[in-house]
Design a binder for this molecule. Structure first.
Ligand SMILES: Nc1ncnc2c1ncn2[C@@H]1O[C@H](COP(=O)(O)OP(=O)(O)OP(=O)(O)O)[C@@H](O)[C@H]1O
Ligand SMILES: O=C(O)c1ccc[n+]([C@@H]2O[C@H](COP(=O)([O-])O)[C@@H](O)[C@H]2O)c1
Length: 214
């Protein structure tokens, strides 16, 4: 039987417990052999992050060290172009067996933007998509996703068959935490303890990240 591999891409500016708790819960529900967190080097649809890709990567590495099955995949940092997910999937597929199942985790807000992703109609050729709820997000799917949802949604997330091709909505503890909130708190000189792992907190302070310019 093929492996079950989860993928969770993000800007992770910085990684926080909304990402980490969701990732771990989904990994347990789906029995993933591994769940790869993939920091974007150059996120396609947003301004350049405040913190370098290398530092965002280091924070993700600190956050998941020793927390199986979460691991870090740094392939997007090695590409000299926007971090398009379709290219990440294509590159992963060249390393895997044909029957390995890939599950791309995306938060609801990211999922709603799917039709604007590079070559988006090809994504499901390579993976299943698992959508994580975000308590702070709107609940209506955009018009241009309705046909896809009607054709590809699985009623029971545990019933996803084959290496790719379906969409499922998954439950995880709702945590209304965002990296934006964390950057804002730090910019105001306030604490982000318990919103990020202690090792990430220590890294942020050691490198003086996200402080408002004097
Ligand atoms: N609290 C959360 N619960 C569930 N999914 C989340 C949560 N925070 C982020 N995500 C998802 O994680 C992925 C990466 O998110 P990202 O790194 O942009 O974090 P963010 O908190 O949304 O950042 P920002 O506030 O800077 O936009 C996206 O698919 C996003 O929807
Ligand atoms: O491939 C694309 O065109 C694309 C467009 C927007 C976002 N993504 C990916 O979606 C993930 C979440 O993005 P973000 O901006 O919310 O951190 C991250 O892995 C991005 O690389 C991908």
């Amino acid at each position: 039987m093929g492996k079950r591999i989860g993928l969770f891409g993000g800007t992770f500016d910085p990684v926080h417990i909304g990402h980490l708790r969701g990732a771990l819960e989904v990994a347990e529900q789906f029995g993933f052999d591994e769940l790869r967190l993939i920091p974007s080097a150059r996120p396609p649809h947003r301004d350049t992050p405040q913190v370098s890709a290398a530092q965002r990567l280091e924070m993700v590495q600190l956050a998941v060290a020793g927390v199986a099955p979460l691991v870090v995949d740094d392939r997007e940092l090695k590409r000299e172009r926007p971090s398009w997910t379709i290219e990440t999937l294509e590159s992963l597929r060249t390393e895997l067996d044909a029957d390995d199942q890939l599950f791309l985790l995306v938060g609801w807000d990211a999922f709603c933007g799917l039709p604007s992703w590079h070559r988006w109609s090809e994504l499901l050729d390579h993976c299943h998509i698992l959508v994580l709820q975000r308590p702070d997000a709107d609940s209506e799917a955009p018009e241009d996703l309705r046909d896809l949802l009607a054709a590809r949604s699985a009623v029971d997330p545990q019933s996803l068959q084959g290496p790719s091709g379906q969409i499922a909505f998954v439950w995880q503890t709702p945590l209304a935490i965002s990296a934006t909130q964390i950057r804002q708190l730090l910019g105001e000189g306030r604490s982000v303890r318990f919103l990020v792992p202690d090792a990430v907190l220590a890294y942020i302070h050691a490198h003086d990240l996200y402080r408002a310019p004097n």
